[in-house]
Design a protein around this ligand. Structure first.
Ligand SMILES: Nc1ncnc2c1ncn2[C@@H]1O[C@H](COP(=O)(O)OP(=O)(O)O)[C@@H](O)[C@H]1O
Ligand SMILES: [Mg+2]
Length: 199
């Protein structure tokens, strides 16, 4: 059975789709068989994949409803890792993605508004027994805020905090419709997550 990582955050625009597509690429490059299921009705991951001239190194399947999600999971059963991209908000499909997950990954920036939504997301996830990890994304490392937020979150026992922080990069922002060009932090995040499943 694949390890299923659901990328969840109630706020839009926090980097869910970007994290999904970059991590999928980085895991595939590490030699794993990967599939992406797109549970966002806006189908951004699907559109990313079909817009790419060069085929992405993993399949992306549409899964915008709970029944399509379970069908997608069945089709991807031979993968090592399945990444599920989800919509923002409180839709039923998010519950289905969380139920299917071995790990819920919550990407967030470090602004006060994003941290507020992250707390709401974590509170909503508190009822699940699935492990939750937060990853700081789209972070300007010159900003002191990133260190402050990182230090605050480290003490939170309801979830794990990824050591790796994903910085803001123009190449990452422009990656839609292309095979992601991985920089070191993406590779390091894939290594950190993959090794979490090894023990
Ligand atoms: N590390 C990053 N560096 C630069 N831009 C980023 C980064 N992560 C996300 N973005 C940009 O932020 C916007 C929102 O990201 P997206 O992945 O679509 O979020 P979500 O899926 O949560 O709505 C997009 O324009 C994306 O290109
Ligand atoms: Mg998205």
């Amino acid at each position: 059975m694949p390890h299923v990582i659901s990328v969840v955050q109630s706020k839009g625009g926090t980097g869910k789709t970007t994290v999904t597509m970059f991590l999928a690429t980085a895991m595939q490059k590490k030699g794993y068989k990967v599939a992406v299921l797109d549970s966002d009705p806006q189908q951004s991951a699907m559109r990313w994949s079909s817009a790419s001239e060069e085929p992405l190194p993993f399949p992306t399947l549409p899964a915008p409803s709970p029944s399509e999600l379970s069908e997608g999971l069945h089709r991807a059963k031979k993968a090592d890792f399945v990444l599920i991209d989800t919509p923002p908000g409180n839709e039923k499909i998010i519950d289905a993605a969380v139920s299917a997950a071995s790990l819920v990954l919550v990407p967030t920036g470090v602004s006060p508004m994003e941290m507020d939504r992250t707390q709401i997301t974590l509170d909503a996830l508190a009822k699940t027994t699935t492990p939750v990890a937060v990853v700081l994304t789209n972070v300007d490392r010159r900003e002191k805020l990133a260190d402050t937020v990182h230090a605050e979150l480290v003490g939170d026992e309801t979830m794990a905090l990824a050591d790796v922080v994903i910085p803001t990069r123009a190449t990452t922002r422009k990656a839609f419709g292309t095979v992601p060009d991985l920089n070191e932090p993406w590779k390091a995040l894939a290594t950190e997550l993959c090794s979490a499943f090894e023990d």
